[in-house]
Ligand binder design. Structure first.
Ligand SMILES: *Cc1c(COP(=O)(O)O)cnc(C)c1O
Length: 488
């Protein structure tokens, strides 16, 4: 095949700054001293910190080189299933950096922050419209925190009705954060198995649904990249026994403008702005997991709420007077910079643009699925949503596993996809191309996977040794996890 464009392998050779230190080297120069030299006071001498001594150029090159080690979506295709690592237009970063927004102090009185409040108020309205819900809180800082917040709302709702319900139904295809959030909130998660088509059935839910169950947490599309087709009936089963339906909408990239979960039985859901709505993520940067609810859950939303009930020249304010609120879940109003990016993204895309993004995300995933189905085993042979899941079943005959294929992709110029997730699929390779990759890039990715699939048959050794191009090749992952070397 032709050489891939971009980074192949990672060439990492950068000593620590301390190893490059030269006594007396400086990154600044001050005018010659015109006063007599004075010794440091007693006692202070021992406290001189151990800092490396370097020139400005040493420092600039060190950090520039480190920045170049970073493989990200700005350098190569990053097909990380379930995480929507798509390209985020730089325009939105620029807008979030505008002084009036970036420098606005969160304690400004409302009358000096009308623009910021209007932005939050409108963003809530857009998210409500996109999800088909009635009210939104922008406070949660991540998807998992959105789940936790949503579950607290469910708990508060039942408590208000004088009920204590103890269990939450979580299908085996839900995201791993779902059962974790449920436990964290004091619920006991009850696992329900998906069927051979990778979907949850109303019967399976009815079998465990009773008046002790507070609700269900569905991930839709689920972690197999499949749409839960019975969601309406499942919601009816849960509602019939007084339960609430939570939807993990982290992967709204598949649904925007196409399906509104509020229209098909969901009471509360979160969306990940740092996946779908133009905040770069990975490496643990700031995110936002707004929680969207139906009217009956609105009284319980976190405080403060942004409301518009003032005079025309000063219409917005923050409302703290919500007696049923669960309280605060984040300082101030959440990660404001992320919210600005989402607002800018929604406004620049428009309703049609958002719908088109979802359609293309789904089209691209299905294109990869169809282009690779003869070389990789497809456990669920159905149209997928924004991501598709393969396994290493065909390659295992040659002793080549998912891990070997992922490592080989590094040599071939691609970030590996998600591996061994979801857990319900043995040897899973989960691929999400997103809508922002061109057909050229998708074809190059297909060619790389086809090449490694051919190598698995003719030359498995190459895969077992991969990656060979990076300075750090096949790592001993067990030792790395058990005895991490965190210095130098
Ligand atoms: C990413 C993801 C989450 C968790 O989101 P965080 O922001 O990482 O906490 C939850 N559910 C699904 C389906 C996800 O893809």
């Amino acid at each position: 095949m032709t050489e891939p464009v971009g980074t192949s392998g990672l060439v990492c050779n950068e000593p620590l700054l301390w190893e490059r230190s030269h006594p007396g080297r400086r990154a600044f120069s001050l005018p010659r001293r015109d006063v007599p030299e004075a010794p440091l006071p007693e006692g202070l001498v021992g406290d001189v910190p151990d800092l490396p001594e370097l020139s400005e150029l040493d420092v600039v090159r060190h950090f520039t080189r480190l920045s170049q080690w970073n493989v990200g979506v700005d350098t190569v295709m990053y097909p990380l299933g379930s995480c929507t690592m798509k390209y985020n237009p730089k325009l939105h970063d620029r807008l979030a950096g505008l002084a009036g927004l970036a420098d606005a102090h969160p304690l400004l009185p409302a009358r000096f922050a009308q623009g910021a409040l209007q932005l939050l108020w409108e963003l809530e309205a857009y998210l409500a419209e996109i999800t088909g819900m009635d009210a939104v809180s922008l406070q949660p800082a991540a998807g998992a925190q959105g789940e936790f917040t949503g579950l607290m709302l469910i708990e508060a709702y039942h408590r208000k009705q004088g009920q204590r319900r103890t269990r939450i139904i979580v299908p085996d295809t839900a995201h791993g954060t779902n059962p974790a959030s449920a436990s964290r909130c004091g619920f006991h998660p009850v696992t329900v198995r998906s069927n051979a088509r990778g979907e949850l059935t109303p019967d399976a839910v009815a079998a465990v649904m009773d008046e002790e169950v507070a609700g269900i947490m569905l991930t839709n599309p689920n972690t197999l990249g499949l749409f839960e087709e019975h969601i309406r009936t499942i919601a009816a089963v849960v509602h019939a026994k007084g339960g609430q339906v939570y939807c993990d909408g982290a992967n709204l990239n598949a649904l925007m403008g196409v399906v509104r979960l509020g229209d098909i039985g969901v009471d509360v859901m979160h969306v990940n702005l740092h996946k779908t709505f133009s905040t770069p993520h990975g490496g643990g940067g700031p995110g936002a997991g707004p929680v969207c609810v139906k009217r009956h859950l609105e009284p319980f939303l976190p405080v403060p709420r942004v409301v518009r009930d003032g005079p025309a020249d000063n219409p917005f304010r923050l409302d703290q007077q919500r007696p049923d609120s669960i309280g605060k879940v984040h300082a101030f109003y959440g990660n404001f910079g992320v919210l600005v990016r989402a607002y800018a993204y929604i406004r620049s895309m428009g309703a049609e643009g958002l719908k088109r993004a979802s359609q293309l995300a789904v089209l691209n995933a299905n294109y990869l699925k169809e282009s690779l189905r003869d070389v990789l085993h497809l456990p669920y042979d159905r149209p997928c949503m924004h991501e598709c899941v393969f396994t290493d079943r065909q390659q295992r005959a040659h002793k080549v596993t998912t891990l070997d294929m992922a490592k080989r992709l590094i040599d071939l110029g691609f970030h590996p996809p998600t591996v061994y997730f979801p857990l319900v699929v043995n040897g899973a390779l989960m691929i999400e191309p997103t809508e922002t990759e061109s057909k050229d890039t998708l074809d190059a990715f297909v060619a790389a996977v086809r090449q490694l699939a051919a190598e698995a048959e003719t030359d498995p050794e190459t895969l077992l040794r991969a990656p060979e191009k990076p300075v750090a090749t096949r790592l001993d992952e067990v030792t790395a996890a058990r005895r991490p070397r965190l210095r130098g």
